[in-house]
Design a binder for this molecule. Structure first.
Ligand code: NDP
Ligand code: GDR
Length: 373
């Protein structure tokens, strides 16, 4: 899928005042790491809609990992239409990052790539730090050295920071709340945050940290708790599964919709001054509340299906996240459009349909019903 030899480029490109690229202007070029992930797919749709040319870095895997962006992929041989281009690279490989920055000549760089699962980061801490912390440093250094070599100082950089950095700090958490990370993932995100601040202060790089609270969607990875629940609701409703094994139901999260949050990323890079912003709905709900809404929506009682399994408890938990997004609201003019119940129902609706498709395959003998997410 990925084009290894694309050399399309643009210079410094003016845009309309709302940031859209008008037909008479050269296209803005964005470089997105983590393009195959939940946020990467929504951000790419958003940027294509705004008229950008989007270059995504994807890592090699033994199976194709582009399911979330297949619907917007156009074969690069169709050069006039293809505005999203994919290239092999890895955040653990500095040479690939510098090469693609030099080749693509981006105006905006969005660093979304990460080993993003908190519980998994306890299992693979070195790798998590390598990708999440040092990976961000490698990309910042690729951008810095590219600017030093070419003078293209207008490049803007976005770092995908996380509410997990607040960890044990009590809510509401804002840009001025102290970080108290509770996992290798969160500690690595703190390092990436400070690398980004440092490159802004030391080299004058236009670099922003988005401190985003949990955001979900029907494209959310299936081993994050929200999607794990909505997948199970769909499968239980359709008769493919009866039990759902979960860990701590009392953890509370500020859950928003991923489609709303990628807009905030872009808005940060359109400001006159680089800065850091909390992005959140300012509402917090427990996992148990999520269960109630998700199961209740299809007429089921979660207590009939959920079984607590200690394996899903973490060595250290983050109990309560609830953001204070007043700065993003005031400075960026950003606010969430999708509320908690609407989000849960959107995910359940999607996953009931997904379960119906699975059922067809199971009934026809093409799939084993035991293949649970
Ligand atoms: P996902 O896990 O869905 O996507 C992660 C992306 O990173 C995937 O494209 C993945 O590729 C890629 N990736 C993983 N390791 C590497 C590597 N070594 N080199 C290059 N690419 C790699 O995450 P989300 O889309 O949910 O999140 C996007 C970013 O925002 C992440 O940095 C996450 O930590 C952060 N974040 C997310 C929040 C959320 O609630 N979703 C909240 C706050 C921050 P592949 O598809 O091959 O696995
Ligand atoms: P989180 O998301 O750790 O907040 O990180 P996750 O959905 O994994 O966990 C949320 C809460 O649910 C509890 N939980 C379970 N979690 C999972 N995954 N599986 C279970 O079976 C389960 N049972 C209970 C967890 O203990 C936790 O308290 C997400 C990621 O997207 C990060 O990359 C991002 O930085 C943060 O959100 C903000």
């Amino acid at each position: 899928m990925a084009s290894q030899n694309d050399t399309s480029r643009s210079g410094s490109n003016p845009t309309a005042t709302n940031g859209d690229v008008t037909p008479t202007m050269p296209r803005k070029v964005a470089l997105v790491t983590g393009i195959t992930g939940q946020d990467g797919s929504y951000l790419t749709e958003f940027l294509l809609e705004k008229g950008y040319e989007v270059h995504g870095l994807i890592r090699r895997s033994s199976n194709f990992n582009t399911q979330r962006i297949n619907h917007i992929y156009i074969d690069p041989h169709n050069a006039h239409k293809a505005r999203m281009k994919l290239h092999y690279a890895d955040l653990t490989d500095a040479s690939s990052l510098r090469r693609w920055v030099d080749t693509i000549l981006p105006d905006e760089v969005y660093n979304l790539a990460a080993q993003s699962h908190v519980a998994v980061s306890f299992e693979i801490p070195d790798y998590t730090a390598d990708v999440v912390a040092t990976g961000a440093l490698r990309l910042l250094e690729a951008v810095r050295s590219h600017i030093a070599a070419t003078g293209r100082s207008h490049i803007r950089y976005y770092q995908a920071g996380s509410s997990e950095m607040f960890g044990a700090t009590p809510p509401p958490q804002s840009e001025t709340s102290p970080f108290h990370p509770r996992s290798p993932y969160a500690a690595s995100k703190c390092a990436a945050h400070w690398y980004t601040v440092n490159y802004r202060e030391a080299y004058g790089l236009f670099a922003c940290n988005g401190i985003l609270f949990n955001h979900e969607s029907p494209r959310r990875g299936e081993n994050f708790v929200t999607r794990k629940i909505t997948r199970a609701v769909g499968r239980i409703k359709i008769g493919l599964q009866s039990k759902l094994f979960l860990g701590n139901l009392q953890a509370s999260r500020d859950w928003g919709f991923a489609g709303d949050y990628v807009e905030a990323m872009w808005m940060m890079l359109q400001q006159d001054k680089a800065d850091d912003y909390v992005v959140a709905t300012e509402e917090s709900h427990t996992v148990e509340e999520f269960l109630e809404v998700a199961f209740g929506y299809v007429g089921l009682n979660w207590k009939d299906h959920v079984v607590i399994d200690k394996r899903y408890f973490r060595p250290a938990e983050v109990d309560n996240l609830k953001g204070d997004a007043s700065k993003a609201k005031k400075v960026l003019g950003w606010k969430p459009k999708v509320g908690f119940e609407q989000l849960v129902k959107m995910m359940v609706d999607h996953d009931v349909e997904e379960a119906k498709r699975e059922k067809v395959l199971v009934d026809a003998g093409y799939m084993d019903a035991q293949q649970q997410p």
